[in-house]
Design a protein around this ligand. Structure first.
Ligand SMILES: Cc1cc2nc3c(=O)[nH]c(=O)nc-3n(C[C@H](O)[C@H](O)[C@H](O)COP(=O)(O)OP(=O)(O)OC[C@H]3O[C@@H](n4cnc5c(N)ncnc54)[C@H](O)[C@@H]3O)c2cc1C
Length: 441
């Protein structure tokens, strides 16, 4: 997963960036005026499982939850604010994360863990509780790129690519969105033209997570003969491929999002995914990813609640802990209530998905509704911490900023509601048309 020379931040820049990790501010040094314990010096314990979600999980899912929680609290919490500030990716954490055996999530075989949907979702939520960028990097890698290879790839492709992706010794990204096609990704225009022995890709992608360093990119492009969408595995060193890091993000700053240019990129026949023949073939990875994203937003909310709870107990104003005032208690209770409801909806979505009962609309409604509750929860948390609510060391300010991309990504809040509404009414309202022209599905 070393950044390739083809990529704009190049080998030299990457080495420099990696060496500079050791010169990041020492994050375990106490703040001059601490006021309360920061999340980087000691991550707050989990206090939010009020309705005992664990009772709804299998023993294996409970074990995954604890294993991932311990790992991220120990390895990621102390460094997250420094990497976030610098907008750099913590490459050194990835091999350790690989040992946890969660990459590949629900995929069975090929070295993948074969977790339940719930287990995979809980793992991502636990990472997001501490850091949403790292969780998003694994989501793109596992639930989008690896799952697309698993569902649409040939046996040879699965054997070739999945084992090292499962170990996180290689990393993947998933490229659907384009500069001119975000919400209307089905109209994407990156072209795939058949030539002798393979395909030529020409076009642009935007926002692609992990793309500045990923070893393989799963790329959706329009077949110029059939006009349908196909998917291709593109290797990072492919001539004509350039990925440029998107700078100056206000959220998910550790996640490396790239703008990708394909200039006559040759992809051999063996790297076209044979089972991916139309845009409908994004349905499985996108539905699963929406469930996972819903859980990421639950994880973010839980981390924020846990931080707020400890902060309110520790910090005093007017001679009493902040936790003793009615208005702060009301906000805390509202946050806790949201989290219980989000847990239950998220859990139900997972179980429906596991039983093959979840529709695209149900996944979309789940992502939209859960993330709306999470947005409210995170905003309440930011208020509760006062000035420290905008300091990354206290987690909540970082989580507040990290949350915004979740409102938009994996289908925006609006689009996911429209997908659910299309399913329940039969009317697709995405394109502005007069009601007389609206098509019933
Ligand atoms: C941090 C981050 C990571 C991402 N990672 C990836 C990735 O790894 N791979 C990938 O392929 N993509 C990725 N994306 C892209 C993401 O999926 C898109 O941002 C998303 O689909 C929205 O597209 P857009 O940003 O172009 O917004 P637009 O489509 O331009 O939408 C702008 C606004 O208009 C609204 N809107 C659009 N159409 C309609 C309509 N018909 N009716 C009502 N409202 C509408 C939207 O809801 C939104 O509020 C990522 C995005 C972000 C921010």
């Amino acid at each position: 997963m070393n950044p390739s020379k083809k990529h704009q931040d190049g080998d030299g820049a990457d080495k420099k960036a990696r060496s500079s990790y050791f010169h990041l501010p020492a994050l375990d040094v106490p703040l001059a005026f601490p006021q309360a314990t920061s999340a980087t010096s000691k991550f707050p314990p989990c206090e939010s499982d009020y309705y005992q979600l664990d009772d709804l999980l299998t023993l294996e899912e409970q074990a995954i939850r604890m294993k991932v929680r311990e790992f991220v609290e120990k390895e990621v919490a102390p460094i997250m604010a420094g990497y976030w500030e610098k907008a750099e990716f913590p490459f050194h954490v990835i091999p350790k994360l690989g040992v946890l055996n969660i990459a590949g999530g629900t995929i069975k075989g090929y070295g993948c863990p074969g977790l339940s949907i719930t287990g995979a979702a809980i793992a991502l939520a636990e990472i997001a509780r501490v850091d949403a960028s790292l969780s998003s990097s694994i989501l793109v890698h596992s639930s989008l790129a690896m799952l697309t290879i698993a569902t649409s790839g040939s046996e040879a492709q699965k054997q070739k690519y999945l084992p090292s992706l499962a170990q996180l010794t290689t990393m993947a990204s998933w490229a659907l969105t384009e500069p001119n096609h975000g919400s209307d990704a089905s109209a994407l225009s990156t072209a795939a033209t058949k030539v002798e022995g393979g395909w030529i890709l020409e076009g642009q992608k935007r926002w692609i997570g992990n793309s500045t360093f990923a070893d393989v990119l799963v790329v959706m492009a329009r077949n110029t003969t059939t006009k349908k969408i196909n998917a291709f595995i593109v290797k990072k060193d492919a001539p004509g491929l350039t990925a440029t890091k998107i700078e100056n993000k206000i959220g998910l700053r550790m996640l490396q999002n790239g703008d990708i240019l394909f200039k006559k990129v040759f992809v051999p026949d063996e790297d076209r995914l044979p089972g991916f023949n139309s845009f409908q073939d994004t349905n499985i990875p996108l539905s699963v990813a929406r469930v996972m994203v819903a859980w990421q937003t639950i994880g973010i909310s839980i981390g924020v609640y846990d931080m707020c709870y400890r902060y309110l107990m520790e910090r005093k104003q007017f001679g009493a802990p902040l936790a003793a005032f009615q208005i702060t208690q009301q906000k805390l209770a509202q946050m806790l209530g949201n989290i219980q409801a989000m847990n239950l909806v998220g859990w139900r979505l997972c179980r429906m998905c596991e039983n093959g009962k979840m529709s695209l609309g149900q996944a979309s409604l789940g992502k939209a509704w859960v993330s709306a509750r999470a947005r409210e929860t995170v905003a309440l948390g930011r208020e509760l911490l006062g000035g420290n609510g905008i300091v990354t060391d206290f987690l909540v300010g970082k989580a507040f900023c990290d949350f915004e991309p979740f409102h938009t990504g994996e289908g925006s809040y609006d689009i996911n509601n429209l997908i659910a509404a299309r399913e329940i009414t039969g009317f697709a309202s995405f394109k502005p048309t007069s009601s007389a022209q609206q098509s019933r599905l």
